[in-house]
Design a protein around this ligand. Structure first.
Ligand code: IMP
Length: 191
């Protein structure tokens, strides 16, 4: 059975990936703690490639990595690749974004880039998924994580924070990226 490292420290994300990847019949395991990769890229896909290829090289195994975040139109795409680094808690990150936005309303999108590297560190598959919505000024809902309570999806009349996990799991940026990636992974020889 082929082995694949899920190079993410976020337990929620690892569980989401495990769910989607089970059809590949691979043995999935988490990134060893001693492997640390700095996110020095300026785009989501650059960071995903960096994390996948450096983890694969260090561990001598196949590795999958993702990078994701929120891009707000009125803030010229911020916080973007800095989404996780915009504050130390979710509340701080949301407060900073809303104060930078002021009274403006804005469209926004969540973006998720995923890359898979072989044990030699070469990227063999990648995909980018997006989910568009709007920023609301009063957070709504206590589900999910991160910026979910201020990300409103007009087609459903709900924020990500109000959505059942099953619905978010179908329409999210990560779901779209994985839907594009999975067919590419079926063609790989995982030995
Ligand atoms: P990453 O772990 O480096 O990909 O950072 C992603 C950051 O973007 C997280 O810390 C969140 O702040 C934000 N983010 C990414 N995906 C989501 C999501 O589905 N909901 C809310 N926030 C998200």
């Amino acid at each position: 059975m082929g082995k694949l490292i899920i190079a993410s420290g976020n337990r929620g994300k690892v569980q989401e990936f495990e769910h989607y990847l089970q059809e590949l019949g691979l043995e999935l395991f988490p990134k060893p703690d001693h492997i640390e990769v700095e996110e020095t890229g300026t785009t989501f896909i650059e960071n995903a490639r960096l994390k996948a290829s450096q983890t694969a090289l260090a561990a001598h195994h196949w590795a999958l990595a993702d990078d994701s975040g929120l891009a707000v139109d009125a803030l010229n795409g911020a916080p973007g690749v800095y989404s996780a680094r915009y504050g130390t808690t979710d509340r701080e990150r949301i407060d900073r974004l809303l104060s930078e936005l002021g009274h403006r309303s804005s469209a926004a999108k969540f973006v998720c880039a995923i890359a898979v590297a072989n044990p030699q560190g070469t990227i063999v598959a990648e995909a980018v998924g997006e989910c568009t919505g709007e920023i609301i000024h009063t957070p709504r809902g206590d589900r999910g994580f991160g910026y979910d309570p201020i990300f409103y999806v007009p087609a459903y009349g709900l924020t990500f924070g109000e959505m059942p996990a099953e619905l978010k799991g179908r329409i999210s940026h990560r779901a779209h990226a994985l839907a594009e990636l999975l067919p590419k992974l079926h063609h790989l020889n995982w030995s």
